[in-house]
Design a protein around this ligand. Structure first.
Ligand SMILES: [Zn+2]
Ligand SMILES: [Zn+2]
Length: 357
């Protein structure tokens, strides 16, 4: 055995030395034959760099696009900070406009019970948005333990070289495995996973409700301001003070921004609500669709092992264990931990087919 590898090594060195020697011109087709041999040898050398029993066209494509992935991942990571600053700035600007122009109008024109309702509702939504955004960005989504080897796992992560528990996926932007990974959110500059999924969904929900509230509350003022801005271009133009023109433009900005966010974020929230009702994450949605098609071809029906029924899925996500929790844990800010550790999962049945990962 020992002499065998030495012989292989000396043969490889001899071959290399032969190729390194300057080529002597040969008669007939010698040069052509040597060139084609050199070509096939180079091909073999190139293949030896990346080929193994698991190599396929996907692996090759992955290698070719690796620099592109690297650039996208780094740009997303960097843009994450910009996006978080943007969310904070836009939210602050909306709150400032509401305090400066909307609330004073409500207080001066509405009856007392409506004023109290607006004050309570507006501030409750603001507290919920700020709390859930802060928690969603600062809470780690959860990662598989690196020191424990004997954990229930479905595969080994090729990048982290650690066991991957069920529902865990590798995030190329965070460059680590994430428990029950949903997606990497650039608006949070964080991955959405087991420990911050509830914060992420609650933030989306309360932000949509908050924007809807601002949009509806400022509708009359917006129509008034829009009419005033149109009259700027009449001759003679009406005499508005600087404070009045600023108020008009601020109210228009507020209404356009909050209405757009209500539509865009409302759609996203609805999509995530559908996924939660089905007991799926965004990543699992893609995997399960493939599984449905694969099993359909075999005449079988796919069943999601993490679907416990619509209401139970919501209770598991929101951490509702008794009725009062709907108020204390859903309608009020709460830092309770999610059900389970994100490593061991209760399945509704035992799968016989190997799980797609
Ligand atoms: Zn990983
Ligand atoms: Zn991530």
């Amino acid at each position: 055995m020992g002499s065998s590898w030495r012989w292989q090594l000396s043969r490889a060195m001899r071959l290399t030395l032969r190729w390194c020697r300057p080529c002597r011109p040969q008669r007939g087709g010698g040069n052509k034959g040597q060139l084609s041999e050199l070509w096939s040898y180079s091909g073999l050398l190139l293949k030896s760099l990346y080929h193994n029993s698991l190599s396929n066209s996907d692996t090759l494509l992955d290698c070719v696009f690796e620099p592109v992935y690297w650039i996208v991942d780094n740009v997303t990571r960097w843009f994450g900070v910009v996006f978080v600053c943007l969310v904070v700035l836009l939210t602050t600007s909306v709150v400032v406009v509401v305090y400066l122009y909307i609330l004073p109008t409500i207080i001066s024109t509405y009856p007392v019970h409506w004023v109290v309702w607006h004050l309570c509702c507006g501030h409750w939504l603001l507290v919920m948005v700020v709390f859930h955004y802060y928690r969603a960005t600062t809470t780690s989504p959860g990662h598989p333990p690196k020191d424990k080897i004997h954990i229930p796992s479905v595969s080994i992560c090729k990048k982290c070289i650690t066991p991957k528990p069920p529902r865990t996926h590798h995030c190329s932007i965070c460059n680590m495995c994430v428990l029950k990974m949903d997606h990497h959110c650039p608006w949070l500059n964080n991955c959405v996973g087991h420990f911050n999924h509830r914060y992420f969904f609650s933030f989306c929900l309360y932000m949509t409700l908050g924007c809807f509230y601002c949009s509806v509350s400022s509708k009359d003022l917006f129509l008034e301001a829009y009419g005033s801005v149109e009259s700027y271009y009449q001759t003679p133009s009406p005499a508005f003070t600087f404070r009045e023109t600023t108020a008009h433009k601020s109210v228009i900005y507020l209404w356009v921004l909050t209405s757009s966010v209500t539509l865009a974020l409302g759609g996203l929230t609805l999509w995530h609500a559908i996924l939660i009702s089905r007991g799926e994450t965004s990543v699992e949605r893609h995997i399960n669709r493939k599984e449905i098609r694969r099993l359909e071809e075999k005449g079988k029906v796919f069943r999601n092992p993490y679907h416990h029924g619509c209401v139970s899925n919501w209770k598991l996500l929101l951490g509702v264990e008794k009725r009062s929790h709907w108020v204390t844990r859903v309608l009020l800010p709460s830092s309770h931990l999610p059900h389970g550790d994100g490593i061991v999962w209760d399945c509704t049945f035992t799968r016989r087919d190997p799980m797609a990962i």
